[in-house]
Ligand binder design. Structure first.
Ligand code: ZN
Length: 666
């Protein structure tokens, strides 16, 4: 496709986005969005019940959701990228108002009735994806409790309110933790000078170390004296207890169980997992227990390395305590793996690394990216690209790259969907747009921007999400792009991290910022070897959190400290610090990730399994890349995630590849 044509097509698509809105306009357009929704929903409920069909109700609801979500892009996204604090504040408020509105829409009984009628009237001539859309809409209304008697609904509402309050208080406590540990200078021996100089001091000249990661981790990682680390472990493991978080957590577990039972579920986990790839708590527990057994040998050999290191310190004790494991792990990694981040990063100058990443994705997935000049964007640094299909030359979508930090900008790395894909009634396709936000150091004339290897991994990971969000051909907005369940959504990106650990790829994409030389093989080997350092203990720790979360949410009562102490050493091989209760500061379990902590390991296992398809056929095989596009990326959530993966692999997924990647046979 000629550049001019690509440009005009792109302009047409992004004309739906507006990055110039003032705070007043954001507020006004938020109201317009809600008004539009109300008008459209009213049209649906005013259709007489015998005239309600798939097309004018179910399909129409999907279209309205597309229109509203796409309008929302210009309203919610400024909160993440604007340099104007007033705009960020208003954008945040807009986003909350709109989420609240969508929740209210999900509670509308008249809309639920319309979908039920449509199902009744148009039962026979729907294909799999149409039927899936009907069932999805019914499911979501049902999960909101719309089938229940009024007295139960009232009860549910009051429990939800109580839960929301507990959850807010729980995280407020954690945000406002003021605990400190007092140390003399000699107690901090081993911690780098540059870190110590950032610690606060009291009048007597002692150091007061707080509970933020940049304070806690250096103490646990570097302090030579185990008593120093133990003092920290004790205070850190008891955060939130004095402020009442244990009672809040345990109460919340009971309330969530009650809520689930009122809705007709056995427990909270069963309710949460109904909409996940894992489906039910039994599958999750089986998954976790199986992995624990199989990872234990690696965990035990990891532990052995720590014990040996501890004995070198003249300690005859053979037990690794909570306050020991991070410290000895760091020592062993430094001695045995000897990977110097400062040397590695010289081979990843940012500009070339990003270009290499874009080339990698184009080759693997048979795509062409065309940079667009002079198109509207929110900042000069932002780059905009059109995506074309290499084989057919068809226009696919657009992405923005926003790579450098700015004041007030979102300070992690993430991919944001802006316009969602959908088949339109006139036969055209609503082409998706997504944005990647990162924070790499901006190069200057004197100093190039060099990326840590971990930042390169992040880059490939986040761009994997961009591909998932844009390379979609789903018929409906409900299923398009990365709108898959949360225990699968990371899998495509986790899979794509693998390439950045492949010697063949590293020798291609690295280039020393001064000499242009590729990374020498011995450095590549060291880097690759370091990937699995202590992966046994690290993954067992993840599985411990996942299991704790799952047990808590399949029961009506939680004795949070007792369960923690019963479970931690048994699953992760590292004991908790005596008499602490880290559950009082386990934010994930209170909201958001509740009954979902297993998801990270779940998707990681699937990611490794999907990667085998490339390993078997050559990791740069564009044929397999095309299969991956067709079966995973293009389908979004058109089918159950288990089915998508099975179509791609040609078999059911299993954990063999994951274990093999850790050097474990099974
Ligand atoms: Zn991710």
């Amino acid at each position: 496709m000629e550049y001019e044509k690509v440009l005009s097509k792109s302009m047409e698509i992004i004309s739906a986005l507006d990055w110039t809105l003032s705070p007043e306009e954001i507020t006004q357009k938020t109201q317009e969005l809600i008004d539009l929704g109300n008008v459209e929903y009213e049209k649906i409920v005013s259709i007489p019940s015998e005239q309600r069909f798939f097309a004018n109700v179910v399909k129409k609801l999907d279209l309205i959701s597309l229109q509203l979500t796409n309008l929302n892009a210009s309203l919610y996204f400024p909160a993440y990228m604007s340099t104007d604090s007033e705009i960020r504040k208003i954008s945040n408020e807009a986003s909350q108002t709109i989420s609240k509105y969508f929740i209210e829409v999900g509670m509308r009984e008249d809309l639920y009735q319309a979908v039920k009628d449509a199902k009744q009237n148009s039962r026979d001539n729907l294909d799999t994806i149409d039927s899936r859309l009907v069932e999805r809409q019914l499911r979501d209304f049902r999960r909101n409790g719309l089938d229940l008697e009024d007295s139960i609904k009232v009860k549910i509402k009051s429990i939800r309110k109580e839960l929301a309050k507990l959850s807010i208080e729980f995280s407020q406590v954690l945000n406002e933790i003021k605990d400190t540990v007092e140390y003399t200078e000699s107690e901090l021996s081993g911690i780098p000078e540059s870190t110590i100089s950032n610690f606060k001091k009291d009048e007597s000249g002692n150091y007061l170390v707080g509970m933020s990661y940049p304070e806690v981790l250096p103490v646990l990682d570097y302090a030579k004296d185990s008593n120093t680390r133990a003092k920290m472990a004790k205070v850190y493991g008891n955060r939130g207890i004095a402020e009442g978080n244990v009672a809040r957590l345990e109460k919340a577990i009971t309330l969530k169980d009650e809520l689930a039972k009122l809705k007709g579920y056995e427990n909270h986990a069963e309710f949460m997992l109904e909409v996940k790839m894992a489906k039910n708590p039994k599958n999750v527990i089986d998954f976790i227990d199986d992995l624990i057994v199989k990872l234990k040998p690696k965990g035990i050999s990891d532990l052995d390395l720590l014990v040996k290191e501890k004995q070198k310190d003249g300690d005859s004790e053979t037990k690794i305590n909570f306050e020991d494991w991070r410290y000895y792990k760091r020592v062993v990694v430094e001695n045995d793996y000897n990977v110097d981040d400062e040397v590695i990063k010289q081979y990843f100058p940012m500009k070339k690394t990003v270009e290499g990443m874009l080339q990698f994705y184009q080759d693997l997935l048979s795509l062409i990216f065309i940079e667009l000049n002079n198109v509207p964007k929110w900042h000069d640094h932002v780059q905009v690209y059109a995506i074309l299909d290499k084989n057919t030359d068809n226009f696919i979508g657009i992405f923005y790259l926003d790579l450098f930090p700015r004041d007030g900008k979102f300070n992690h790395a993430a991919a944001f969907p802006l316009i969602h894909g959908r088949q339109m009634e006139n036969g055209s396709y609503c082409q998706p747009v997504a944005a990647m936000e990162c924070n790499f150091t901006k190069p200057t004339k004197e100093t190039p921007s060099l990326l840590q290897h971990s930042e390169v991994v992040t880059l490939y990971h986040e761009f994997g999400h961009i591909m998932h969000q844009t390379i979609t051909k789903s018929r409906y907005a409900t299923f398009s792009g990365s709108s898959v369940s949360r225990d699968f959504v990371e899998a495509p990106s986790q899979m794509l991290e693998n390439w950045i650990w492949e010697p063949m790829i590293l020798s291609k994409i690295t280039s020393h910022y001064k000499t242009g030389e590729v990374m020498p093989m011995d450095l590549v080997d060291k880097l690759v070897k370091s990937r699995d350092a202590f992966s046994g203990l690290t993954d067992l720790r993840q599985l411990f959190f996942g299991k704790y979360d799952m047990i808590a949410h399949t029961n009506s009562q939680l004795e949070s400290q007792k369960l923690w102490h019963e479970l931690q050493e048994e699953t992760s091989l590292i004991p908790p610090y005596p008499k602490t209760n880290p559950a009082a500061s386990f934010g994930h379990i209170m909201g958001g990730y509740d009954a979902g902590y297993y998801g990270y390991m779940w998707s990681k296992v699937i990611a490794q399994d999907m990667f085998t398809k490339f390993q078997e056929n050559g990791i740069t095989s564009s044929d397999i890349g095309m299969d991956y596009r067709r079966h995973i990326l293009e389908h979004g959530n058109d089918f159950d995630e288990n089915e998508l993966v099975e179509r791609f692999l040609g078999r059911k997924t299993n954990n063999k590849a994951f274990l093999k990647s850790l050097g474990l046979e099974n």
